[in-house]
Every structure is written in C-alpha cells, then in structure tokens.
Design a binder for this molecule. Structure first.
Ligand code: HEC
Ligand code: HEC
Ligand code: HEC
Ligand code: HEC
Ligand code: HEC
Length: 196
C-alpha cells in the first residue's frame, strides 16, 4: 500500500508555512505593539487573533511616555473621570486629555522630571504620544456616550482604574463580553448596532 505521491511532503510544506507565518506575524507585531501610539486608531484584524493567543491587549499595561498615575489623580486626589475624559459623555470616543489639561495644574517650575516632560511637550506644542491600551478591530463600532448616558460606569468595562498606577486592559473586549452584558440589560443585539 502506497500513499498518493507527495501527500506527506505537501502536508509538511503546508505545516511549515503555517508555522512560519504565525512566527512572522508575532515577531513583526511585537515592535508594532510597543510603538503603537494612542492616536493610532483602530486595531487591525490580527489584533484580536493575537489577543486570543494572549500576545497583546488583554492584561497588558504598556509603559507610557510619562509616568502618569490614575491611582494618584483619580484615586488619591479624587478627580472625576470626566474631568479629563469629558468627551465620553458627548461622543463615541472618550479621548485622552490634551497637554493643556495637565498644564492647568502643572505649569509651575518643578524639580520633578516627569512633570518637566509635560512642560517640554507644552513648550514645543507637541501632543504627548500616549500608548493606546484599548482598541477594537476596525469592523466594529463602539459608543461611549450611549453607555455613559445609560448609567454604565467606566469601571464595569475598564476595572478599578482609580487604583491603577498604569492603565491595564482588564476586560477581553470580545463580542461575547459585549453581548452578555447587552443581554443582561436588554440592550440591542442587532448585528448592525456593533458592526459596519
Ligand atoms: C488628570 C486626568 C485624568 C483623569 C482624572 C482620569 N484620566 Fe484616564 N487617562 C488620562 C491620560 C493622560 C491617559 C493616557 C495615559 C494612560 O493610559 O495612562 C488616560 C488613559 C485612560 C484609559 C486608557 C485609554 C486607552 O488608551 O485605552 C482609560 C480606560 C482611562 N483613562 C479611564 C479613566 C477612568 C475610568 C477614570 C476615572 C476613574 C480616569 N481615566 C480619570 C487622564 C486622566
Ligand atoms: C487638577 C489638578 C491636576 C491635573 C489636571 C493633573 N495633575 Fe498631575 N498632579 C496633580 C497633583 C496635586 C500632583 C502631586 C503633587 C505634584 O507632584 O505636583 C500631581 C502629580 C503628577 C505627577 C508626578 C507624580 C509623582 O509621583 O512624581 C505626574 C507625572 C503628573 N501629575 C502627570 C500629570 C499629567 C500627564 C496630567 C495631564 C494628563 C496631569 N498630571 C494632570 C494634580 C493634577
Ligand atoms: C460598555 C463598556 C465601556 C464603558 C462603560 C466605558 N468604556 Fe471606555 N472603552 C471601551 C471600549 C470597548 C474601548 C475601545 C474602543 C475602540 O477601540 O473603539 C474603550 C476605550 C476607551 C478609551 C481610549 C479610546 C477612546 O475612546 O478614547 C478611553 C480613554 C476610555 N475608554 C475611557 C473611558 C471612561 C473615562 C469611561 C467612563 C466615563 C469609559 N471609558 C466607559 C469600553 C467602555
Ligand atoms: C457592562 C455592560 C455593557 C457592556 C460590557 C457593553 N455594553 Fe453596549 N450597551 C450597554 C447598555 C446598557 C446599552 C443601552 C444604552 C441605551 O439604552 O441607550 C448599550 C448600548 C450599546 C450601543 C447602542 C445601541 C443602540 O441601540 O444604538 C452600542 C453600539 C453598544 N452598546 C456597543 C457595545 C460594544 C461594541 C460592546 C463591546 C465592545 C459593548 N457595547 C459592551 C451595556 C454594555
Ligand atoms: C454588542 C456588540 C455586538 C453585537 C450585537 C454583535 N457583535 Fe460581532 N463582534 C463584536 C465585537 C466587539 C467583535 C470584535 C471582537 C471579537 O472578535 O470578538 C465582534 C466580532 C465579530 C466577528 C468576527 C469574529 C472573529 O472571531 O473574528 C463576526 C463574524 C461577528 N462579530 C459577527 C456578528 C454577527 C453576525 C452579529 C449579529 C448576530 C454580531 N456580530 C453582533 C460586537 C458585537
């Protein structure tokens, strides 16, 4: 009994290609993740694939260009989330605050090197290149305003941010996660509500 000609080597080649591709996308992606700045916008499709593999997103707390602490500002000093993320109440995106918001409290000369960085960005009129933590794939749509107005608090989705030194993604942001909560709140599960 003979195997059909070459079927084993074809199988091997396919396997090799799959392994190579998986390796390549992981390797190529890594520098991309640390380099993706907040302004980068929507994540690519493979973001959620890598999320499945635990290579990005969920559980990660990327290092930021300035050691800004939510635990200090929103925790210890009790600043309201909407003081800095006021867009969340009126628009689909929550936005990170502009340098101007920081300068409202940090304009005075200081020996603190992290605060000096803020003043340098301000002097140069450059935005702070914050690294984005949460990002849905491009084929989905999300709307902060709808959730904030419906009384869903930030913490139900983002966790106890007011205790975080560095923001970390605590929810999977997967479709099942969205739909489970929509089920519980009788919110819409129409595909087109969340997909383009
Ligand atoms: C003093 C201003 C300020 C306050 C108050 C504040 N934030 Fe932020 N927030 C920022 C800045 C700056 C960033 C970007 C840097 C970072 O990720 O730490 C950010 C980032 C975030 C992110 C991550 C965004 C991303 O890239 O995915 C979340 C989520 C967030 N904030 C939620 C909250 C919540 C919830 C509260 C209230 C408990 C809050 N913030 C209060 C300034 C603030
Ligand atoms: C409402 C006032 C207020 C705003 C707005 C504010 N901060 Fe602060 N921040 C403080 C106070 C108070 C402290 C602690 C005293 C100090 O070090 O000046 C502080 C401390 C800091 C520190 C030093 C922390 C440390 O442990 O050394 C950094 C860095 C910082 N803030 C970054 C930012 C950034 C970035 C923004 C803008 C997104 C911002 N802050 C907005 C009030 C504010
Ligand atoms: C129902 C879940 C949910 C709630 C409630 C929620 N967020 Fe988000 N947030 C998300 C998701 C999902 C993303 C990623 C959105 C994307 O990539 O389009 C996100 C992204 C962000 C971002 C970064 C991107 C952006 O939209 O600017 C910030 C900052 C943020 N949220 C802050 C907040 C704050 C502050 C609150 C409370 C006022 C809040 N969020 C409430 C789910 C939520
Ligand atoms: C913690 C609970 C919760 C989670 C998690 C959640 N949602 Fe929602 N969502 C709601 C509620 C409650 C409403 C209804 C708001 C209203 O009635 O206006 C809603 C409404 C919406 C709407 C507007 C629906 C409409 O009828 O126009 C969109 C879009 C949406 N959610 C997308 C998402 C996406 C995408 C995710 C996941 C990334 C998500 N939501 C996760 C609770 C949640
Ligand atoms: C409440 C929001 C929400 C609703 C309603 C929703 N989706 Fe999704 N869906 C998402 C989010 C967020 C993602 C991206 C994260 C992920 O891959 O799970 C997604 C991903 C997907 C994917 C890609 C899955 C993958 O593994 O790449 C498909 C296909 C899809 N949705 C189809 C549907 C269909 C069909 C419906 C209607 C029956 C639907 N969705 C309803 C939020 C939603």
């Amino acid at each position: 009994m003979q195997f059909p000609l070459g079927s084993l080597s074809i199988f091997r080649i396919v396997l090799l290609v799959v392994v190579l591709l998986a390796g390549l996308s992981a390797v190529q992606y890594r520098p991309d993740v640390s380099g993706r700045v907040w302004q980068a916008g929507k994540a690519a499709w493979w973001d959620s694939r890598l999320l499945d593999l635990g290579l990005t997103g969920w559980g990660q707390a990327p290092k930021q260009p300035i050691a800004f602490s939510h635990a200090l500002h929103a925790g210890e000093y009790g600043l309201d989330c909407l003081y800095c993320h006021s867009a969340a109440r009126v628009s689909p995106v929550a936005h990170v605050p502009p340098v101007q918001t920081c300068m409202g409290c940090h304009a005075r000369p200081t020996p603190n090197p992290e605060i000096k960085k803020i003043q340098t960005y301000w002097k140069n009129q450059e935005p702070i290149p914050w690294v984005r933590v949460h990002a849905l794939p491009a084929f989905t749509r999300f709307n902060h305003k709808r959730h904030v107005r419906a009384g869903v608090d930030c913490q139900s989705c983002h966790g106890e941010v007011q205790r975080m030194q560095r923001v970390e993604q605590v929810s999977s942001l997967k479709m099942g996660w969205c739909v489970t909560c929509h089920d519980a709140h009788q919110a819409s599960k129409d595909c087109l509500v969340c997909h383009y």
